[in-house]
Design a protein around this ligand. Structure first.
Ligand code: HEC
Length: 247
């Protein structure tokens, strides 16, 4: 029994989630359900509408969405706004040099961003843009201080202001003395609706980072079952051999 437990423990990292977060930042946690195709489809739609103008997904081909239950017609009608073909990767039209000139930093490809940053970080990032006059874009971000990305989802979320810790001096930007963010101008979504939208977007980014993850988890269970069986067989085999040795 102890051996089985040991084997199980050794195999755990194979199916565990990757971790990755910045220290010192309180991350908002998010539940990501990779089997929820409707949520992933919504996330894909948000991505195409609000992110793909700047960020590519160079490791992703449009036909990935067939796995999420969309037909090629739906993909062409709802997700491809350029002359890209369904078998092509999700690229952006912007040239990297221009992007760098406009935003100070080129918008990175987001194919594996969920693996690099973790789902909680992404969720925190997408929900903590706040007004900051000292920044060229007029906004800053709790998860990514001095970020070059404009708040492209402000119309959905509304505008947030940073409320400093009471008594502390009011300072701008990446200051740790920020207590919380306050919605000062509502967006087209209610805060709860926006949280769901951000959640869907994060789920989508996790999914594109590892579309093979579900398959791997399923395989992982088979491997564990196989190891358990192998253990039983070897146990009886050992018993059989040692029986002769003792006599
Ligand atoms: C107008 C262009 C633009 C749009 C649209 C845009 N971004 Fe960005 N984004 C940027 C830029 C520029 C950076 C780099 C910021 C920096 O390094 O300071 C960035 C950075 C990021 C990062 C951090 C990457 C890292 O290095 O860890 C994430 C995550 C991200 N964007 C997600 C999104 C998502 C999700 C959307 C859609 C809701 C989106 N972006 C829409 C320009 C954009």
């Amino acid at each position: 029994m102890r051996k089985i437990l040991l084997i199980l423990l050794c195999a755990l990292p194979l199916i565990a989630q990757p971790a990755g977060a910045e220290e010192g930042l309180h991350l908002r946690s998010v539940d990501v359900d990779m089997t929820d195709n409707a949520a992933l489809q919504r996330g894909a739609k948000y991505f195409v509408n609000y992110c793909l103008s700047c960020h590519s997904l160079s490791a992703v081909r449009y036909n990935l969405f067939e796995r999420l239950g969309l037909t090629p017609e739906q993909i062409r009608g709802n997700l491809i706004f350029t002359d890209r073909k369904i078998g092509e990767t999700m690229a952006v039209a912007m040239r990297p040099e221009d992007a760098k000139r406009w935003f100070g930093a080129p918008p990175p490809d987001l194919s594996v961003i969920a693996r690099a940053r973790g789902a909680d970080w992404l969720y925190t990032y997408l929900t903590t843009f706040y007004l900051d006059d000292t920044r060229p874009t007029g906004v800053n971000n709790l998860a990514f201080p001095k970020v070059g990305m404009p708040d492209v989802i402000w119309q959905l979320q509304g505008l947030q202001a940073a409320i400093p810790l009471s008594g502390g001096p009011h300072q701008n930007s990446s200051d740790v003395s920020i207590d919380h963010l306050n919605l000062v101008q509502p967006g087209t979504m209610t805060p709860v609706e926006y949280e769901h939208a951000a959640q869907d977007l994060v789920a989508f980014l996790v999914y594109v980072g590892e579309p093979s993850k579900l398959e791997r988890q399923r395989l992982g269970l088979w491997v564990l079952a196989f190891l358990a069986l192998l253990f039983v067989v070897s146990y009886f085999l050992k018993k059989e051999y040692w029986k002769d040795v003792r006599h």
